[in-house]
Ligand binder design. Sequence first.
Ligand code: AKG
Ligand code: FE2
Length: 518
Amino acid sequence: EVYTAMVDLEDLLDTEHVLIDTVENYIKAEEQKIDLLKRYVAIYQRQQKKAREDAQSYLSNPINAYTLVKRLTADWTQVEALVNTNMNADTLANISYVKQNMKFPTDEDLNGAAVALMRLQDTYRLDTSSLARGELNGVKYSAELSAADCFELGRQSYNNGDYYHTQLWMEEAGARFKREANETVDQSDILEYLAFSIYKQGNVALALDLTNKLLELTPTHSRALGNKVYYQDQLKGQEKETVKRKGDDESENIPINGPNYDDPFGKDLYEALCRGEVSTPVEVQAKLKCRYLSRDNPFLKLAPFKVEEAHLEPDLFIFHDVMSDKEIETIKRLAQPRFRRATVQNSQTGALETAQYRISKSAWLKNEEHKHIADVARRVEDMTGLSMETAEELQVVNYGIGGHYEPHFDFARKEETNAFQNLGTGNRIATVLFYMSDVVQGGATVFPMARTALWPKKGTAAFWFNLFPSGDGDKRTRHAACPVLAGSKWVSNKWIHEREQEFRRPCTTERPPEHLTA
Ligand SMILES: O=C(O)CCC(=O)C(=O)O
Ligand SMILES: [Fe+2]
């Protein structure tokens, strides 16, 4: 699961470095061997030539007679031994040592990385050709993908049953194949995947065309021959259906749905917020303020918090400069060796499990572990005015390529099993989310119901109440971590619980409107 966080990818670079060295040494050894063999052969050839010019006189020379025998005995043994030396055994042993002792990605990782790329492509509406050129939103970050690279992405999508992306990437593989001087992939293979993914999406006629093209290239391709018959049969069936439905022409003009940014629970609004295309409504923005906060605390009087309102009802706050670079360094250093793939709670069974909708690595840090961790907890108390008595440990999170956390609530809903029950501290009343890195592109925290996106800035923190004073969950706090498009995203969470807040945030019996609670 190395693809889930950027820190693991850095280890992969080390692995690759050692492998490059190993293979370079192997090449050198093989080259030395070949050079030596060439020298032997040159000597043999020279003597052969001389002997052939006049065999009798050559052999009548006792020195020549002797060296011929010697060449075929002592010398030849060396040649044979040289041919027989196995450089690959050592090299293979080295490689398997690296695989066992260094971080090495699995096929599952490759699949995960491919899925992550598809997620980025969808969320940020990246077109396939630009991506293949190594561009993200017009910025060129990396080398181009070859036809074979595109083919592999298509193949991964195909194996996941994702025919939409199979088509996109096989088309790109085909386009690149035509432009590439040396072929990196087989054109028949591209056509076969392309035809089938197009068939799976319902375009049988095009699938048949492509299969015919494939058969022009490889007339004996047995699967293509089979598919051709199959597609032809399907088309005949479809014709009958069309005849049956003749006159029923309303069904032909089905309007294609445009993006729907009105549904706060829909994917369109979420993704538009991630792209920065939707911003906090102007009437809300007009009321937002920035202020200094010192909560009657003498220390804070000297250095009050700089608080910015990002949204009202639900209230979302940004605290500036609340975590120092030193603290961030400590937190990253302590968390890194403990990183595990982040889990989510199954709302039916209460069990913790990994899920595609939350991809990151995380670890928990206790206040006792380092002064900096305790300092941060103390600061959260000052920032929020809430007691840290029942707060959870600091959760540290790193998101890698395409790492994300789809829309969710931080609090446990009424119908959920087990959530926080065993803690005996009540529900998660509030969240403080520290940004411990800037993110090059993507990675916003978005609140679809508030139509608000918070962009990571190293050292700042977001703060909001998840619960109404009545203890009911505030539906409007539903939020998500958008996929990271470029860079690495580090955050840490402090989740504050209900118990011990009775005097700091008294609960009320007044209930909020039902449509706002969850
Ligand atoms: O990383 C983010 O921006 C949000 C993380 C989050 O919502 C969570 O961990 O609960
Ligand atoms: Fe969250």
